[in-house]
Every structure is written in structure tokens, then in C-alpha cells.
Design a protein around this ligand. Structure first.
Ligand code: HEC
Ligand code: HEC
Length: 316
């Protein structure tokens, strides 16, 4: 009897699951989950750890429901987001023979425009979220909707960000192209305006100290496809060390002092994993440490926290 019940229920439950998943993905909402063993980085509980590093109270957007998030994110066009995927990074065609020379500005622009075209045509696999870093502090302090897609071939890693705040009407497009022909790799940043990519440096560097940033949603339910976010974050965490390219009309801001705290500099040293952090990067540092994302594997001890705080807010 027991066995019989099981045999009957099991396929029924399975087909119900299949039906639910298929229904969701055809509405462009929840794509099929990819199997993950450990909880993805981006799906970890996101809350302030009360370090006192934040300059403003943490903003949890408690009045934003998941349904509202999906509604706001969906105004980009439902067919463009929440798409099923097998590879988190979309392969781009290989260039014709090259001899190791750096990408030209035209090539960089073309990669940016191709990323935008693929997204607009509903052919990319973007992750959609309400981001943590840009909602905190005095930067935006309202829901910031992001769609992020990654592409690559043997000479370039290309990233696209399609973004708007909850109150904006239209979406803005940004891109990062990593030129893999050089060591260290060279990062190009641009806003994709109506007339084409406008290369920038000054403003982007304040947050993007090592090229593309991992995706960290404001809350664990404010991301569409946490499995895809985790896969992209792995791609980003394992990117080769890169150098920021500042266009002539958008130079490096004054960086301030480097962060030498061992708990950070052992990875952010400009040699192994990530580029050195400077005082100009105070904003992402405050947010990532306070929300427990950095260091990746532990919490800072009170003495370390005091050192970091002193470095962030030097006596005048
Ligand atoms: C206030 C900090 C901040 C500034 C300034 C900033 N970004 Fe970002 N950017 C982010 C964060 C945070 C993410 C990841 C968003 C998320 O968690 O969903 C991101 C993501 C991106 C992505 C998608 C790939 C990736 O890094 O994950 C691109 C492309 C991008 N930004 C381009 C730019 C460009 C170009 C500029 C300058 C014009 C710029 N950004 C300025 C914070 C910033
Ligand atoms: C074990 C190595 C490691 C340590 C230690 C570490 N980080 Fe990171 N950090 C990373 C990696 C990998 C990333 C990119 C992936 C991510 O953001 O999750 C990152 C990203 C960052 C970023 C975003 C800019 C970037 O490089 O992508 C900031 C800011 C940051 N870390 C600050 C800190 C601070 C402050 C500390 C010390 C309190 C610290 N990190 C300690 C490995 C480390």
C-alpha cells in the first residue's frame, strides 16, 4: 500500500514541478534552476553586520516586494530577461587572425555595440537584480534595477549593464570590455549613448577598481536567477588581473592612500587576485564589508575594523 501510494504520487509531483517550472519560464520569470550544491554567493542572506562603517542607515527596501521587483525589471521587455541558459557567458565569434596587438578603439566599440544588440534582440542571458552597492549610502537610496550580461571570446571579455532607478523612465546602457590580448588585461569602460559608446574613467573607477564587479543584490529575493548570478560571479572572481584604461578626457581621480590592512591587501595587492584599493574606493569598501561580503571568508576582528575605519575617515 505504502509503495503503491509512492509510485502514484511521485510522477504526479514530478510533472507538477515540470509544469510549474515550464509555466514560469515561458512567462519570462523564473528560468529553470541550474543545480548548485553550495548556496551561491549572491543568495547568501544580505544584511548589515552593524560594523559602523556605513555613513547612512542600511536600506533594506522593505516596501519592495518580489512581484514589484519583477514588474519593474520587466519593463525592459520580458523576452529579454530571465531566459533559460546553459552557459552563463555567451560565446562571441572569434576575430580573424590577430598578432597579439591590443584591441583598437573601434574593436572595443564594436564589442560593446554587439553586446547591446544581443541583449536588445533577446539573445543574451542577463541576470536581473536590485543591486546592493548602488542602493546604499547617499548614491541613489532607491531601487536600482540592473540587467547584467557577459560575453567572451579568446581576445575579449565583454559585459553589458542595462540600468534604471525605480523612478527613471528609460534604461541606460553601460559596457566594460576587457582586452585579453595584453598582460595585465586592459579594461575599457563606456556609457552607450544614442550616438554610440562614450568612453569614461573618472566616475567608473570609484567603484570598479578591478574591472567588472560581482553581482550583489540588495536582498536575496531581489535577484532573478540566483544560479546564474553565482555562475557569473565565479567568472568575475576568476578574471585575470586587469589595468583600468582612463581616456584622456576622463582621467583617474586622485586615489588617496592605498589600503594596506593585511585582511584585505593579501588579496587586493595588485599582483595576485585583485587590484589595490585606495581611499577613492571608500563607497564599495564600506558597503561590501558592512554587508559581510568582504573579506569573503570571515568577519573582521574588532581591531581590524577599527584600523579600517580610521583609514576610511582620516583625521583632518
Ligand atoms: C556607485 C558605484 C558604481 C559606479 C560609480 C559605477 N558602477 Fe558599474 N556597477 C556597480 C555595481 C555594484 C555593479 C554590479 C551590480 C549588481 O550587483 O547588480 C556594476 C556593474 C556594472 C557592469 C556589469 C558588469 C559588472 O561589473 O558586474 C557594467 C558593464 C558597469 N557596471 C559599467 C560601469 C561604467 C561604464 C561606469 C562608469 C560610467 C560604472 N559602471 C560606474 C557599481 C558602480
Ligand atoms: C581571499 C581574498 C580576499 C580578501 C581577503 C578580501 N577580498 Fe575583497 N574581493 C575579493 C574578490 C575575489 C573580489 C571579487 C569578487 C566579489 O566581489 O565577490 C573582491 C571584491 C572586492 C571589492 C570590489 C572591487 C573588486 O576588486 O572587485 C572591494 C571594494 C573589496 N573586495 C574590498 C575588500 C576589503 C575592504 C577587504 C578587507 C576587509 C577585502 N576585500 C578582503 C577577494 C578578497
Amino acid at each position: 500500500m505504502h509503495q503503491h501510494t509512492h509510485r502514484w504520487i511521485y510522477p504526479a509531483v514530478l510533472s507538477l514541478l515540470v509544469w510549474v517550472t515550464a509555466g514560469e519560464s515561458s512567462r519570462g520569470q523564473e528560468p529553470p534552476k541550474s543545480p548548485t550544491t553550495t548556496p551561491p554567493a549572491s543568495a547568501r542572506a544580505v544584511r548589515s553586520t552593524g560594523t559602523g562603517l556605513l555613513l547612512e542607515p542600511p536600506l533594506m527596501l522593505t516596501n519592495v516586494t518580489r512581484a514589484q521587483f519583477l514588474e519593474m525589471a520587466g519593463t525592459i521587455g520580458r523576452h529579454r530577461i530571465g531566459r533559460p541558459w546553459t552557459q552563463p557567458v555567451l560565446p562571441l565569434p572569434e576575430p580573424k587572425s590577430r598578432k597579439g596587438q591590443a584591441l583598437t578603439q573601434t574593436e572595443v566599440r564594436d564589442y560593446m555595440l554587439e553586446a547591446r544588440r544581443l541583449f536588445d534582440d533577446g539573445e543574451s542571458v542577463p541576470v536581473s537584480d536590485i543591486g546592493l552597492i548602488s542602493t546604499q549610502e547617499d548614491v541613489i537610496r532607491q531601487p536600482m534595477l540592473n540587467h547584467i550580461a557577459a560575453f567572451s571570446n579568446s581576445v575579449a571579455r565583454v559585459y553589458l549593464l542595462v540600468q534604471r532607478t525605480a523612478t527613471d523612465r528609460s534604461w541606460s546602457y553601460y559596457s566594460i570590455v576587457q582586452d585579453l590580448t595584453q598582460r595585465p588585461v586592459i579594461d575599457h569602460f563606456a556609457e552607450l549613448t544614442r550616438t554610440g559608446p562614450k568612453f569614461e574613467g573618472t566616475s567608473c573607477y570609484k567603484c570598479h577598481s578591478s574591472g567588472p564587479l560581482a553581482i550583489h543584490p540588495n536582498r536575496e529575493d531581489l535577484v532573478l536567477d540566483a544560479g546564474l548570478a553565482a555562475a557569473l560571479n565565479e567568472h568575475i572572481a576568476n578574471q585575470p588581473l586587469s589595468r583600468f584604461h582612463f581616456p584622456k578626457d576622463s582621467p583617474s581621480p586622485p586615489p588617496g592612500k592605498p589600503l594596506t590592512l593585511k585582511a584585505c591587501a593579501r588579496c587586493h595587492d595588485g599582483e595576485g587576485d585583485r587590484n589595490r584599493l585606495f581611499q577613492v574606493h571608500a563607497h564599495p569598501i564600506r558597503v561590501l564589508v558592512d554587508f559581510g561580503h568582504m573579506p569573503p571568508d570571515r568577519r573582521l576582528k574588532p581591531e581590524e575594523l577599527a584600523d579600517l575605519k580610521a583609514w576610511l575617515s582620516p583625521d583632518p
